[in-house]
Design a protein around this ligand. Structure first.
Ligand SMILES: [Zn+2]
Length: 456
């Protein structure tokens, strides 16, 4: 039996237990507002190079706070990724990895979610989501005093307007108390639909009614039938969806100012994964762990504590969000298993002093893949065959030329780090008590998942 990994975990946990930054509970933010825009590529935002018209309100949040240029999601699928964000645990550890397990168990009682941790610290907790894979069925409601998921699939698209409307009503009633608010939307998820006054207002472009799963299926079956003009139109529709979301971020910031809590609130803005634009002859996500799917935006905004204009070039993982929030809220990180690390050093001093850490991702759907991204390299392991791919992200950002044979020593080193990480996850998983059976999903949820293109 290998003990190295377990010893590393123990050392890591002891380190976690001893981390403090001198902030007492009274210094904690009045509110933690977690904005999760499902399916948002980092390069879709102005602050990541998409141009000043792409997302001016989100860019303003980044300018007034901290922008993480290289944030990596733990999966290219909604369910495992968001559960990893909420628990700071790898997908293979928390076990929310399959599209619809017949024998799905409740989340282990030994796992603490972000909402549970904040509720324990006196925060009132509310979530405004658009259901699907972030449904209470999968355990996402744990720790929330209030959990909204729409009852019908029709509410899912165009959802940010409705989701925001409900969240605004809740905020107006509850902003006087300390609170944690999760805002989630599928607005930038397929199908992409046109909106007034956004990029795709030009109706002479292809797909004037939007781009949906039928189009996706047709072009994936016959890739040569997709023209450059059509591909550009798909990108325009996606940009339009981002502009549409951006307006609601602006509304939210205005509301927080009006309620006089903006400066006292920690806003975290991110996404669970990106989306493909036919880079590998596919649209959508879940298929690979290439950059278009795992490079996501990450912004922290908290004027009372985080200086404006911080830009972090070092790579971080979305598993780091939970421990960072904990440190900001209680001054210490305690009693929990985190596979991520606190990003506090990036938020308060020169980021160059912080050590570089690998970022890991996993996906189990069309392919079973795990990856490690470290320094200039990414290594992707095919878990079913044991074959690996190695890419130099600096000289080959499109990840087209595998160096697995040419740079065999690096590939071996990355392979070893990745397998140790997965073994650590498996070892910790074995120590957790299993949750009880949850039964079969209701028809309503199956319909929602169908509307998102996940079930036939
Ligand atoms: Zn998603």
């Amino acid at each position: 039996m290998r003990y190295t990994g377990l010893v590393l975990i123990l050392i890591f946990l002891i380190l976690c237990l001893s981390v403090t930054c001198g902030r007492g509970k009274d210094d904690a933010p009045h509110a933690v507002i977690f904005i999760l825009i499902d399916t948002l590529r980092a390069d879709g935002l102005g602050c990541y190079g998409a141009g000043e018209k792409a997302s001016p309100r989100i860019d303003a949040l980044a300018r007034d706070g901290a922008l993480f240029r290289r944030a990596i999601s733990p999966s290219s699928r909604t369910l495992p990724s968001i559960m990893s964000i909420m628990t700071s645990l790898p997908p293979s550890l928390h076990g929310r990895i399959y599209p619809m397990e017949d024998k799905l168990k409740a989340l282990s009682p030994d796992i603490t979610t972000l909402a549970e941790a904040l509720r324990q610290r006196g925060y009132r907790t509310a979530a405004f989501t658009e259901g699907g894979y972030i449904s209470s069925f999968f355990g996402f409601d744990r720790g929330f005093d209030f959990y909204r998921e729409p009852g019908t699939s029709g509410e899912q698209k165009g959802g940010v307007k409705e989701t925001y409307r409900h969240a605004e009503a809740w905020l107006r009633k509850n902003s006087g108390n300390r609170f944690f608010l999760l805002l989630h939307t599928y607005q930038t998820h397929l199908p992409y639909e046109p909106h007034e006054d956004t990029f795709q207002a030009d109706t002479s472009l292809p797909f004037p009614q939007g781009f949906g799963f039928d189009h996706k299926g047709k072009f994936e079956a016959d890739p040569s039938s997709l023209s450059e003009k059509e591909l550009e139109a798909v990108r325009e529709l996606y940009r339009g969806e981002i502009q549409y979301v951006d307006r609601y971020i602006g509304k939210l910031v205005t509301l927080l100012k009006e309620l006089d809590i903006l400066d006292r609130s920690l806003i975290v803005f991110t996404s669970d994964h990106g989306d493909e634009f036919f880079e590998r002859l596919h649209f959508g996500h879940s298929r690979t762990l290439f950059e278009e799917l795992v490079h996501v935006p990450l912004i922290f905004h908290y004027p009372e504590m985080i200086p404006s204009g911080i830009i972090v070039d070092q790579q971080v993982s979305l598993l780091d969000i939970f421990p960072t929030i904990m440190e900001l809220c209680s001054g210490k990180i305690e009693g929990n298993i985190f596979f991520g690390r606190s990003l506090m050093p990036f938020l308060s001093e020169a980021a160059s002093k912080v050590f570089a850490a690998p970022a890991y991702s996993e996906v189990y759907r069309y392919n079973y893949l795990a990856s490690i991204r470290f320094k200039e390299y990414k290594y992707i392991l095919h878990l079913r065959t044991g074959k690996g791919e190695l890419y130099n992200l600096v000289s080959d950002p499109g990840e087209r030329n595998s160096l697995v044979e040419k740079e065999a020593a690096t590939a071996r080193e990355m392979h070893q780090k990745l397998t140790e990480y997965l073994q650590n996850a498996a070892a910790v998983r074995k120590t957790l008590r299993q949750g009880g059976a949850v039964g079969a999903p209701e028809e309503e949820l199956r319909e929602e998942l169908k509307a998102l293109g996940y079930l036939q």
